[in-house]
Design a protein around this ligand. Structure first.
Ligand code: G3I
Length: 397
């Protein structure tokens, strides 16, 4: 048979193939509106309530249309490197590969084209629009317009959403940070803020960073309005309010400089142990992963394992790897190695469920505004061109 005849013979099968997910593709989960059956040789397997995936199997499910086999890659073949980071991450059993984004970036058409591709990013996090100053600028007055934009974008794109965040010392409106409250007053303020915020997005978020950055680098508690008024109890108050508002959302605590073994990681591990033993509804820990080129901690993988062994999900929530500017071939190659090291560490620990870049392009990175003379921290450059770091990530997946 000539090639053109062979292709013609496949034409009647195409509608059937389109009604199924390919091997490694998504086939179910909350919010999923695509195919729910899998290509021949794979089985729709529930990863969690939000995500079911067509995993290779020796026995195809009864709903599989075996005639599509001719147009499907061999079931044991993983996706090609060009498939997109999220597709690659799912192929090794991760829930998502994602990125932060921000409302003011969405008017950039070229940026949005990459962001919206759910083969590249299966999860997004709003960098600012769900924070306290953005959502409750005056007491009891809630604004969700920008947060809704990001939540709707995730839904349209078929991407998971991480809510960020409920309680944090930073980006607080002055009525909170400068307030003088009794314990009862601040308890009620936290309950109202977390409950209203998480409740507004109920059913739309995979996870929430309920408490963000509670520790100083030496492992002591950060002396913010929450700790100064309520001691450590504010954490439990926030988690309980979030769980009551959306029982299906995974509730995380999130921090930086807990990626390596040391006082701060130990403090976080001790807190997670005590929260779990007290019955506080905590499901996960976020390791932010704001790293410096050439300084990825050597204990990253073992530390991820230590967190996972506490019985919580682990996610790398804000990954970027900055360097001194201007970048050079040497620093960009080292950055590639570093991204590969970080992603490999998550890849090799089953309890590490996903990775989020703290935006994917240098065009919108927070780094140059905070660290003078530093930048180039993302896998795409400021012209939205993939850097060597991109292939480092792909290689790890
Ligand atoms: O919205 C105002 C705008 O009206 C004003 O004209 C402009 C002038 O500076 O500022 C704008 O606000 C900025 C805001 O980002 C939105 O762009 C703030 O100045 C700026 O400080 C703020 O930075 C954010 C930073 O958190 C604040 O701490 C970054 O975008 C955001 O990426 C960053 O994210 C944090 C995570 O939430 C927690 N972990 C660390 C991470 C990096 O700092």
């Amino acid at each position: 048979m000539t090639l053109s005849l062979a292709l013609l013979a496949l034409v009647p099968l195409l509608p059937l193939a389109a009604a199924q997910s390919p091997v490694w593709g998504q086939c179910g989960g909350i919010g999923w509106t695509g195919p729910t059956t899998c290509a021949a040789g794979s089985t729709c397997t529930v990863s969690n309530a939000y995500y079911s995936q067509c995993l290779p199997s020796s026995t195809a499910p009864t709903t599989t249309v075996t005639s599509t086999q001719t147009s499907t890659a061999p079931s044991s073949t993983p996706p090609a490197a060009g498939s997109g980071l999220n597709t690659l991450a799912k192929s090794i059993g991760k829930l998502y590969f994602g990125t932060a984004t921000d409302n003011n970036e969405l008017s950039d058409t070229a940026y949005r084209a990459i962001l919206n591709n759910n083969a590249m990013f299966g999860q997004i996090t709003p960098a600012n629009s769900m924070k306290w100053d953005a959502t409750e600028p005056s007491q009891g007055v809630f604004t969700f317009t920008n947060g809704d934009t990001i939540a709707n974008l995730a839904k349209t794109n078929g991407q998971l959403l991480r809510g960020h965040n409920c309680v944090w010392y930073n980006q607080l409106p002055s009525w909170v940070s400068g307030g003088k409250f009794t314990t009862a007053q601040l308890t009620s303020i936290i309950q109202n803020h977390c409950g209203t915020l998480v409740g507004h997005f109920k059913g739309q978020t995979y996870a929430w960073d309920v408490v963000n950055e509670p520790f100083n680098d030496d492992g002591s508690w950060r002396a913010d309005v929450f700790y100064n008024t309520l001691n450590t109890q504010y954490v439990t108050i926030a988690f309980n309010a979030a769980r009551a508002a959306d029982p299906a959302a995974k509730l995380y605590i999130n921090d930086y400089n807990i990626e390596q073994a040391g006082a701060k990681a130990t403090a976080m591990q001790n807190l997670i142990r005590s929260l779990k033993s007290a019955g506080t509804p905590i499901d996960g820990v976020g390791l932010q992963c704001h790293f410096i080129v050439g300084q990825v901690p050597s204990t990253l993988k073992s530390n991820i394992q230590t967190f996972a062994s506490l019985g919580v999900e682990v996610a790398l929530t804000e990954l970027d790897i900055r360097m001194t500017l201007p970048s050079s071939t040497t620093s960009l190659n080292q950055q590639k190695t570093d991204y590969q090291t970080v992603v490999s560490a998550c890849a090799s620990v089953s309890g590490c469920i996903g990775i989020t870049l703290w935006d994917f392009t240098d065009k919108y990175s927070w780094v140059p505004n905070t660290f003078s003379g530093q930048g180039a921290a993302c896998p795409w450059d400021s012209n939205l061109v993939q850097k060597p770091a991109y292939s480092g990530i792909a290689a790890a997946l």
